[in-house]
Design a protein. Structure first.
Length: 201
């Protein structure tokens, strides 16, 4: 199983247009004037590349060196800040992840490069959990998005179901070239995985 690299990319303050827009909208549309600031961090989990290829791709594929700061493996959240992450639902098209994967495939000549993206939202100010939930509902479109795990995810592709059940927390079953079903490992079985791998037939 190849290593999963995690990369965080954040616009510098003077270039953080998206973060400034989110801050303005939350303060005025949600009447949440206690929100002081927002940071938006694009998170990439990459598998199927070497560390050398990763280092070549960071300034050319994942970031713009003139306007971005890059952090490898860890991004420290300031004390007191509220944080959550947003990702696309399984099966939904993520243009950022697809673009990055295609670029790394061109760079390496390999087709087994996998990229998973999430957007981390960091909120600063005197906010309670109810405020954070309001912001989440405002920013997340439930039709194609959901809250993402803040922990590092390992992408593991195999046809050996016993291996899947032994090392994973969540299983995505492919059928006809697309993600067909998402299952929690603790609540599923080999029979159920096989059932969905044939399209639920």
């Amino acid at each position: 199983m190849s290593q999963v690299y995690r990369v965080y990319v954040v616009k510098r303050k003077e270039n953080a247009v998206e973060a400034k827009e989110i801050r303005h909208n939350i303060r005025h549309q949600l009447d949440m004037m206690q929100l002081e600031d927002v940071t938006v961090v694009n998170r990439y989990d990459l598998q199927g590349i070497s560390e050398d290829v990763l280092n070549k791709g960071i300034p050319t594929i994942l970031s713009e060196p003139m306007v971005d700061d890059v952090y490898l493996e860890h991004y420290d959240i300031p004390e007191g800040a509220k944080v959550f992450a947003i990702e696309y639902l399984p099966g939904q098209y993520d243009v950022r992840a697809d673009f990055a994967a295609q670029c790394f495939q061109l760079l390496t000549g390999e087709k087994n490069v996998k990229v998973k993206c999430a957007k981390i939202i960091v909120l600063y100010g005197d906010l309670d959990n109810n405020d954070v939930e309001k912001v989440q509902k405002y920013l997340i479109n439930p039709v194609d998005q959901r809250l993402a795990n803040l922990e590092k995810v390992i992408l593991y592709v195999t046809c050996e179901i016993s291996e899947i059940l032994g090392i994973t927390d969540r299983v995505y079953v492919m059928y006809d070239g697309e993600i067909y079903k998402e299952l929690e490992t603790s609540k599923t079985s080999e029979e159920e995985i096989l059932y969905y791998s044939t399209g639920g037939k």
